[in-house]
Design a protein around this ligand. Structure first.
Ligand code: GAL
Length: 503
C-alpha cells in the first residue's frame, strides 16, 4: 500500500466512526465513502451525448440527499434521488452529493469520466472455455468455437469475445526471458496465430491468468510477472484478460495492490485490453474495482448448472441472493458480473456439474437465468460446448434481440431490485436510455403464483400514465396498461420481462 492509499484508509476509518462530520470528503473513490453514509458508486462513467443516470442510495433511508456543482447537461431528480442528463464533451467532470442525517451533513465527491473510448461502455458478451472444456482447451477448440460463434449467428447477436480460461499454459515460462508460453501440444501454432484466427473471424480474443504464483488449476500465475505478461498478451493480440485470485492473500488491500499492478501493466501496453477481475465478490470488488483499471468484476462464486446449489455451490438461487442488491454499484464501464451462464449445458458440463443436486435445468430456469443476467447488466458469457450443434431453443433464447437490447442499453443501469412478496415473487425495474423501463417478475418459489404489477410501486413509472407493453420473453405486444398490469400466472422459477414505453 502506498502513502496515498494509507491516507485514504485512515480517513475512511475516521469518517465511519461518526456522523458528526461536516467536513467534505476529498477522495473520489467508491471505497472512501463511509458505509453509514451512502451505499452506491461514486466513480462514474458515461459516453458523450449518451443519456447518463446515477442513482444515489443513502445507507439510512431517512437521510436527505441533494447534489451541488452539477456540470452543465446534468440535473437532479429529487423524486427519485438520481442525477440524469447527458454531457456532449469528453472530459473529467465531478459533482458533490450532500447527505443530511439528523443535524449532520456529509459531502461526498463524485467523479464522472465522459469518454468515447471507455474500455467497457456496455457489458461484454462472449464465450468462456471453463465450464465444459477445461483442460481440453487448444487452438483446435478455439478455431472450432470461433467458427461456430460466427456461423450460428451468435457473433451477429453480439457475442464477440472468445475467452480461453485456465490451463492453456506450458508447464513453465520461457526460461531466460520469463515470458508466458502456451502448452506446445495444445497450441502448436502459438498463441499469436490463435488470436489472429479469432480476429480473422471478426471476434475478439480473451485469455486468463491469476494474481498469484499459480492459477486455480495450478498453472503458473502472473504475480511478479505482470509487465512481462501484459506485454506478451498485447503482442499476441489479446483483447481481454480474466484475472483470477486463487492462491493470493485474503485481505482486500493486497487484492487491490495485486489487481492494480496488472491493471497498470495492461494500460502501459497501449493496447485496449478489457480487464475482468475474478475474486468471486469476496472482498466487495464493486467498491474498489475501478481503482485497479478493471471494468467488471465477478460478484459471486462459480455458477453451477442447477436451480439451487448444494454445499456452497452457486445455482440460480444463490446468484440471485448475491446479485440482487448490488445494482447501486453497477453502471457504464463498471459492471457486476454474475459469471458464465449455464444455459445450453443441460447437465453435460465439467465444473458446472459440481456442488449442485442434479446438474441441468429446465428451459424455464435457463430462460430465467438469461433474462435476469440481462436485467442485471451482467456481462453475458456463454459456456456450453460450441463444438456440437446448438439446440434451436437454446439459440433462440440467447439470441433474443429484445432481451439483449436491454442488457446492452447504453445507459448501463442494472435493474433495481424492488421487493420480494410473500409468495417469493421478485420485482425488478431497469431504466433504459430512451426512457422506457424494463420490468421483470421472477418467481423464486417452487409453486406457481399469479402476479399483478402495481405501477405505483415502480419509481421509474408514474401512476395515471398509459404505457405501451412489449413482452420480451414471448416477443409480442400486449394491450396498453394504466396503473396495474396482470403479469399472469408465473410457473415455478419462471421470469417474465416487459418493456413499458410511455404513450
Ligand atoms: C475459478 C474461476 C473460474 C475458472 C477457474 C479456473 O477461480 O472462478 O471461473 O476460471 O478458476 O481454474
Amino acid at each position: 500500500m502506498n502513502f496515498v492509499e494509507k491516507c485514504i484508509l485512515v480517513g475512511f476509518a475516521l469518517a465511519i466512526n461518526s456522523w458528526a462530520t461536516s467536513a467534505p470528503l476529498t477522495s473520489t473513490t467508491d471505497d472512501a465513502v463511509p458505509e453509514n453514509v451512502l451505499n452506491c458508486a461514486t466513480v462514474m462513467f458515461s459516453q458523450p451525448s449518451v443519456k447518463f443516470m446515477h442513482k444515489l442510495r443513502p445507507s439510512d433511508p431517512s437521510a436527505l440527499l441533494s447534489v451541488k456543482d452539477l456540470p452543465e447537461g446534468l440535473r437532479w431528480n429529487s423524486r427519485r434521488n438520481l442525477v440524469e442528463g447527458s454531457i456532449d464533451k469528453e472530459g473529467e467532470y465531478g459533482y458533490t452529493i450532500v447527505v443530511v442525517h439528523d443535524s449532520d451533513t456529509v459531502e461526498v465527491p463524485v467523479s464522472l469520466t465522459v469518454s468515447s473510448a471507455l474500455q467497457q461502455p456496455v457489458p461484454f458478451m462472449g464465450w468462456l472455455s471453463w465450464n465444459v472444456v477445461q483442460s481440453e482447451i487448444s487452438s483446435e477448440v478455439v478455431r472450432t468455437v470461433a467458427d461456430a460463434m460466427v456461423e450460428s449467428g451468435l457473433a451477429d447477436a453480439g457475442y464477440k469475445y472468445l475467452v480461453i480460461d485456465d490451463l492453456w499454459h506450458a508447464p513453465v515460462r520461457e526460461l531466460i526471458t520469463g515470458k508466458p508460453l502456451p502448452d506446445a501440444a495444445k497450441f502448436p501454432e502459438g498463441m499469436g496465430a490463435c488470436a489472429d484466427y479469432v480476429h480473422s473471424r471478426g471476434l475478439k480474443f480473451g485469455i486468463y491468468s491469476d494474481a498469484a504464483e499459480e492459477t486455480c488449476a495450478k498453472a503458473y500465475g502472473s504475480y511478479g510477472f505482470e509487465n512481462i505478461d501484459a506485454d506478451q498478451y498485447a503482442d499476441w493480440g489479446v483483447d481481454l484478460l480474466k484475472y483470477d485470485y486463487c492462491g493470493a492473500p485474503a485481505e482486500r488491500d493486497s487484492a487491490l495492490v495485486r489487481y492494480k499492478a496488472m491493471g497498470d501493466a495492461l494500460k502501459a501496453t497501449g493496447r485496449d485490453i478489457l480487464f475482468y477481475m475474478c475474486e468471486w465478490g469476496e472482498r466487495q470488488p464493486w467498491k474498489w474495482g475501478t481503482r485497479t483499471g478493471a471494468t467488471c468484476w465477478r460478484a459471486t462464486g462459480d455458477t453451477r448448472d442447477g436451480w439451487r446449489g448444494k454445499d456452497g455451490g452457486v445455482g440460480i438461487v444463490e446468484s440471485v441472493a448475491g446479485m440482487k442488491d448490488l445494482w447501486p454499484y453497477s453502471g457504464v464501464n463498471r459492471f457486476n458480473d454474475a459469471d458464465m451462464m449455464c444455459v445450453g449445458i443441460h447437465g453435460t458440463g465439467k465444473s458446472s456439474n459440481d456442488l449442485v443436486e442434479s446438474p441441468g435445468m429446465t428451459m424455464t430456469e435457463y430462460a430465467t437465468q438469461f433474462a435476469i443476467w440481462c436485467m442485471w447488466s451482467s456481462p453475458l458469457t456463454l459456456s456450453f460446448d460450441l463444438r456440437n450443434p446448438i439446440n434451436p431453443d437454446d439459440l433462440a433464447l440467447i439470441t433474443n434481440p429484445e432481451l439483449i437490447a436491454i442488457n446492452q442499453d447504453r445507459m448501463g443501469q442494472a435493474a433495481e431490485f424492488l421487493f420480494e412478496n410473500s409468495d417469493g415473487v421478485q420485482l425488478y425495474a431497469k431504466d433504459l436510455e430512451n426512457g422506457d423501463v424494463a420490468v421483470a417478475v421472477l418467481n423464486m418459489s417452487d409453486q406457481p403464483h399469479p402476479f399483478t404489477i402495481d405501477i405505483s410501486e415502480i419509481p421509474a413509472l408514474e401512476s395515471g400514465k398509459s404505457y405501451h407493453v412489449r413482452d420480451l420473453m414471448k416477443r409480442c405486444t400486449l394491450p396498453d396498461v394504466i396503473n396495474r398490469m396482470e403479469a399472469g400466472e408465473l410457473a415455478p422459477h419462471e421470469t417474465r420481462v416487459f418493456r413499458l414505453s410511455e404513450r
